[in-house]
Design a protein around this ligand. Structure first.
Ligand code: B12
Ligand code: SF4
Length: 508
């Protein structure tokens, strides 16, 4: 079978979901190809590749792109009298199963797709029903059998040719992404993990799953050998270290520098960054960590976002990172439900006081199924049937309750914050002068440049594309992502998006 994976965009990053599934499909003897909607015309790919299966891998903000692409797929299938199986997986259908009905798809996959995709293709080939395949939801079977893929070592390696064939310029970027573990036990209200855990926990299913160090290192060595521009490793796990006493980390810190030796980035929570963990990370060659701040006030951070991190713990963790020469990227979420602009300013001051190597700020974007989205609906800040598509962390807040001036100041702070965190005390009064000015577009350019600089020099040092042309192309892409603005929200003519279909609960 010919399977066409479809993703919205690359966002400078390797799409591990599609790549892992492509590896699984190729292992089972199928041919695969990738369509990148923001980059390619899917109509041409359909003609050239003539797929039997369309495998959409979707995040919620990109839903509109998939709807448009699906119209082209259906037109092509009709015109060529072809029976094509259209299935969607990824975070979007997992937390927003209504997309099955909305796009009239054959099926969606909730959660892990490694086993599901091959079973679906087999059933399609044999003309058998898809109902009863674990994690697969069809129009006639909304209640699915739940499965988590526990043995990560048994999963074939991510198929990188899939992406480099479709986007050869990705080879210029020195960053290669890998997954070491799946799952996160925490309950941060804005994140999908509590929803995933509620959906899949029980009946002996294991939520936290980790690869062996051996399997991981073998894959990284293989990738570094086959694609020699590998200069930096980015671990895409939600949390790289969960337990303070971690035998896996000890083995990794012993073997990785000797057998791989590439600098790496990973995500970690402040509570997990003990002195011992910082020492092991440094020993392993960790150059940077993503260690979210999220909010300056303990009320917002711990009561609203359920981070469970006192100020003192955070200060200690950022201090430890500095001590062990690990650059910390600390993001804060502005404009969260139940907060005011004064809270946002407190987040700015707190982030500045932590002196993170790369302090960034984003605007709260509601995603389906999370507790904080539900809370926003409960507080009357969002419609119950809010349309999540095209929501962005880089745009004006979609919540009700803020004045247009506050909305502008929040977004301006998101873009000026990173720069002002780095400026000396005497420059700080200027921030208050600049924040109310309705010139967000200009600030977005400043913010995008500041962020590109910090990411390039502190978070992924040495990984940026080599060669002037490649570098300019990367800067242009960064500017495109971060400078897109919703015109209606900018002018205040439409702060709330129009309703589409019902707010889906993950607890179906
Ligand atoms: C790495 C990452 C990124 C990377 C790379 C994304 C990518 N292309 O893969 C970057 C940094 C670019 C990124 C960007 C964003 N991200 Co992100 N990201 C992640 C993260 C941490 C890991 C993704 C990953 O690689 N997982 C490993 C792979 C193997 O798993 P997977 O992709 O889920 O795929 C599995 C299944 O979903 C399924 N599957 C996937 N596709 C398909 C297709 C078919 C046909 C089938 C059958 C199955 C299937 O099978 C796969 C194997 O089990 C996740 C959190 C998470 N743990 O999932 C958030 C996550 C996916 N991101 C999220 C968001 C919101 C974003 C942003 C939109 C944030 C923003 N700035 O506004 C942006 C996107 C840019 C935009 N549109 O504006 C949300 C999505 C929520 C939602 N409802 O869609 C998540 C879940 C985190 C969260 N906050 O809750 N992200
Ligand atoms: S620690 Fe990170 S990944 Fe885990 S629930 Fe919180 S935000 Fe999500």
């Amino acid at each position: 079978m010919r399977v066409l994976f479809v993703i919205a965009d690359l966002y400078f990053s390797e799409p591990l979901g599609a790549m892992v599934l492509s590896g699984v499909c190729r292992n089972a003897g199928h041919r695969t190809k990738l369509a990148i909607l923001e980059k390619q015309d899917i109509a041409n790919l359909l003609e050239d590749f003539s797929p039997d299966v369309i495998a959409y891998s979707a995040m919620t903000p990109d839903e509109h792109l998939f709807i448009k692409a699906d119209a082209a797929v259906r037109r092509w299938a009709l015109h060529n009298n072809r029976r094509v199986l259209r299935i969607m997986g990824g975070a979007h259908p997992t937390y927003f199963p209504d997309v099955l009905r909305k796009m009239n798809l054959d099926a969606i996959c909730a959660g892990d797709g490694e086993n599901a995709i091959v079973r679906v293709i087999d059933a399609f080939v044999e003309g058998k029903p898809l109902e009863g395949i674990p994690n697969i939801i069809t129009p006639s079977q909304p209640n699915f059998i739940k499965e988590v893929v526990e043995d990560m070592d048994a999963v074939p390696y991510a198929d990188r040719d899939l992406i480099y064939d479709a986007a050869p310029e990705m080879l210029d970027h020195g960053i290669r992404s890998f997954l070491t573990q799946k799952g996160c036990p925490y309950k941060c209200t804005y994140c999908f993990n509590h929803a995933y855990n509620r959906m899949f926990k029980g009946d002996g299913r294991k939520i936290m799953r980790r690869r062996s160090v051996d399997d991981l290192i073998t894959e990284i060595k293989d990738v570094a050998q086959r694609y020699p521009v590998a200069r930096f490793v980015r671990f895409a796990d939600d949390v790289f270290v969960v337990n303070k006493e971690d035998e896996w980390l000890e083995e990794f810190a012993e073997r990785y520098p000797k057998e791989v030796g590439l600098p790496f980035y990973c995500l970690i929570r402040c509570n997990a960054l003990t002195e011992n963990v910082a020492r092991l990370l440094q020993k392993a060659g960790c150059k940077s960590i993503g260690m979210s701040i999220e909010a300056g006030s303990e009320r917002v951070r711990n009561d609203i976002m359920k981070r469970n991190m006192p100020d003192a713990m955070m200060k200690k963790a950022f201090e430890l990172a500095r001590q062990y020469r690990i650059n910390a990227w600390g993001n804060s979420i502005l404009a969260a439900p139940g907060t005011t602009f004064a809270d946002d300013m407190e987040s700015f001051y707190f982030a500045r006081s932590l002196n993170a190597a790369c302090p960034t700020f984003s605007i709260f974007a509601p995603f389906p199924g999370t507790d904080l989205t539900k809370q926003a609906v409960k507080l009357g800040l969002l419609d119950e049937n809010f349309d999540f598509s095209a929501v962005s962390c880089w745009d004006y807040s979609v919540l009700r309750g803020y004045t247009q001036k506050e909305r502008i100041m929040q977004t301006n702070l998101a873009y000026l914050g990173q720069l002002f965190c780095k400026l000396p005390n005497f420059a700080q009064p200027l921030l208050k002068v600049l924040l109310p000015l309705p010139i967000t577009r200009l600030y977005k350019v400043i913010g995008a440049l500041a962020m590109s600089y910090l990411l390039g020099t502190k978070v992924f040092p040495g990984a940026q594309p080599r060669g002037l042309l490649a570098l300019l192309r990367a800067i242009k892409t960064a500017l495109k992502y971060m400078t897109t603005i919703n015109k209606e929200r900018e002018t205040g003519t439409s702060q709330m998006r129009t309703p589409a279909v019902g707010l889906a609960s993950p607890d179906y």
